[in-house]
Design a protein around this ligand. Structure first.
Ligand code: NDP
Length: 243
């Protein structure tokens, strides 16, 4: 397989790290660009392990100007970009009646606006290459719309719709756009859950366990691989059978 240049946002997070490792294992010559923002300890540790194959790039995904700078840097150094994984995200749960406007706006901006900015930033390069892969990390919340997550569910449902719409727009130029919808996955994003909440959540999962980041990363890598060239506009849920 031809080595590839891959950009993963949220490169310090649980899923970002697993996705990066999966692409590193795919081909010994793949080169990963990991976006970092506030925290960078794990991304730096991975870079120390693979100094020639990992680059860190500062990027607040909600800022279109930062996206332009990051993509220019990748283009200048690598000459191309084969894969974008829009993985950065966050939630700030509350009942809608009492949700602050800030919690609404930040979650929409980090999970949905960011995917728009990211796709817009990489498309000129992918169009000029006449090919590319975009994988957006949505969430099972996009499909289930859980109570207490109006902001997050709306943002991730927006990601699903954006994915399907953009897939149609760029299909003829061999750019595929797909999304994955993870259920409960063991990362820091679930740290807020109490033991009781975890037990209650597990009881609703037919497989009776949370997913591992590696189980999401494998699907992301597959959607981004050359063999997945006819898969576009797909929404892959990975949730141990909840939905
Ligand atoms: P983590 O909290 O471990 O990682 C989230 C990452 O996103 C961090 O690296 C964080 O960086 C980054 N990030 C947040 N805001 C911004 C921003 N404005 N600009 C740049 N980076 C930002 O969570 P996960 O790894 O679990 O989540 C990854 C993705 O998977 C998210 O989109 C999440 O919504 C989705 N997901 C996760 C599920 C789960 O159960 N874990 C389930 C369904 C979906 P920093 O810490 O520096 O802010």
């Amino acid at each position: 397989m031809t080595p590839r240049i891959i950009l993963v946002t949220g490169g310090n997070g649980g899923l970002g790290q697993a996705i990066a490792r999966n692409f590193l294992n795919e081909n010994a010559e793949n080169v990963l660009w990991l976006s970092v923002r506030a925290r960078r300890d794990r991304a730096e540790a991975l870079k120390a392990e693979f100094p020639d194959r990992i680059h860190l790039v500062e990027l607040d995904v909600t800022q279109p100007e930062e996206w332009k700078i990051a993509v220019k840097k990748i283009e200048a150094e690598a000459g191309r970009l084969d894969v974008l994984v829009n993985n950065a995200g966050r939630h700030d749960d509350a009942l809608l009646a009492t949700m602050s406007a800030e919690a609404w706006q930040t979650v929409i901006s980090t999970n949905l606006d960011a995917v728009f900015h990211g796709c817009q930033a990489v498309l000129p390069l992918m169009i000029s290459q006449r090919g590319g892969r975009i994988v957006n990390i949505a969430s099972l919340s996009a499909l289930l719309a859980p109570h207490g997550q109006a902001n997050y569910a709306a943002a991730k449902a927006g990601v699903v719709a954006l994915t399907q719409s953009l897939a149609k727009e760029v299909a003829r130029i061999r750019i595929t756009v797909n999304a994955v919808c993870p259920g409960y996955i063991e990362t820091e994003a679930l740290q807020h859950m109490s033991e009781e909440e975890r037990k209650a959540a597990c009881a609703k999962i037919p497989m009776r366990r949370f997913g591992k980041p590696e189980e999401i990363a494998a699907a992301v890598r597959f959607l981004a691989c050359p063999e997945a060239s006819y898969i576009t506009g797909s929404i892959v849920k990975i949730d141990g059978g909840i939905f």
